[in-house]
Design a binder for this molecule. Structure first.
Ligand code: PAF
Length: 289
């Protein structure tokens, strides 16, 4: 596995792999890798023969400077995990390599108005800007994003189409801890007590699934039941619990084909997110989370 810090090194390794007839898979990350990231690499291998991963804590997507400064970093451990997962090239740029007097930013309208977009001003602009830059640097054939960040994944798909990046976007399922908590680098910041209480996010989604399977469609009733479960876990704050149409992430009064139920909850200073996607087979709700 090669570990490089500069754009020109990425380009020369990728050109060599492409010259050998390999398709390029790309998993962008902010490091502090966990099984969720490694599953994205596994997914990427289904479509490509050369795996590139970036590790870059992208300051411009943090709307809260404290969140940026406390973001966990352990590069040596990341390199070991990436090597074990079969990554061929890790790109670990410093901030100067990525941003020098950057005056250009990328935004996706509509899809970013609700959910996390409503409470994290500037966050998605930072994400799309860095993802666009990384796509131009790596020039992958395929790039894999996790369902856990559903608004990011759906918007990156649209951005890729709108800006004609020749990249296939794949959205991979959320990987969970045994008790159901969605894997996230931020979980490392939870105290043992917060960690126990945080399982309420996935429990709330399971409750929503039970209600949907038994025929409930009202967003109000489902959100109320989920809110009760989250409140029992004594969160610091509920940021949102929302139901939206998948196509444009507009908030909806009822769950219809195809919808997303998403939530963001604080435990202490740590903001956790989770979601599920609902499709229907006839009247039967199918929940993917
Ligand atoms: O999902 C993430 O870790 C980040 O938002 C990403 C896509 C690596 C961009 O910094």
């Amino acid at each position: 596995m090669h570990i490089v810090k500069t754009i020109s090194e990425v380009r020369s390794h990728v050109a060599q792999a492409r010259g050998e007839g390999k398709r390029i898979g790309f998993v962008p990350t902010m490091g502090y890798l966990h099984r969720g990231h490694l599953s994205l690499v596994e997914e990427s291998k289904k479509y490509s023969e050369y795996q590139v991963m970036s590790i870059f804590v992208n300051r411009i997507q943090f709307n809260d400077p404290k969140d940026f400064s406390s973001y966990p970093i352990d590069l040596e451990r990341d390199f070991d995990l990436a090597r074990g997962a079969g990554v061929d090239l890790v790109f670990v740029p410093d901030e100067g390599e990525m941003y020098t007097d950057n005056l250009t930013h990328v935004d996706v309208d509509v899809l970013t108005e609700n959910l996390c977009g409503a409470s994290r001003p500037g966050h998605f602009r930072g994400v799309f800007t860095v993802v666009s830059k990384l796509f131009n640097i790596v020039q992958p054939d395929v790039s894999v994003f996790g369902q856990k960040d559903i608004q990011q994944a759906v918007s990156v798909e649209k951005m890729t189409e709108d800006l004609n990046f020749p990249v296939r976007i794949v959205i991979a399922p959320t990987v969970r801890e045994k008790d159901g908590l969605a894997m996230s680098s931020r979980n490392a910041r939870l105290s043992p007590d917060e960690r126990k209480r945080a399982v309420a996010l996935s429990r709330a989604l399971r409750r929503a699934e039970e209600m949907l399977v038994s025929g409930e469609r009202s967003a109000g009733s489902i959100v109320a039941a989920m809110t009760d479960i989250i409140n029992e876990s004594k969160p610091g704050k509920i940021d949102y619990i929302s139901i939206a149409r998948y196509s444009d992430l507009a908030l909806a009064d009822a769950v219809t084909e195809k919808s997303v139920i998403a939530l963001a909850v604080f435990y202490g200073a740590t903001r956790l997110i989770d979601n599920m996607i609902i499709t229907f087979e006839g009247e039967r709700a199918q929940c993917a989370y």
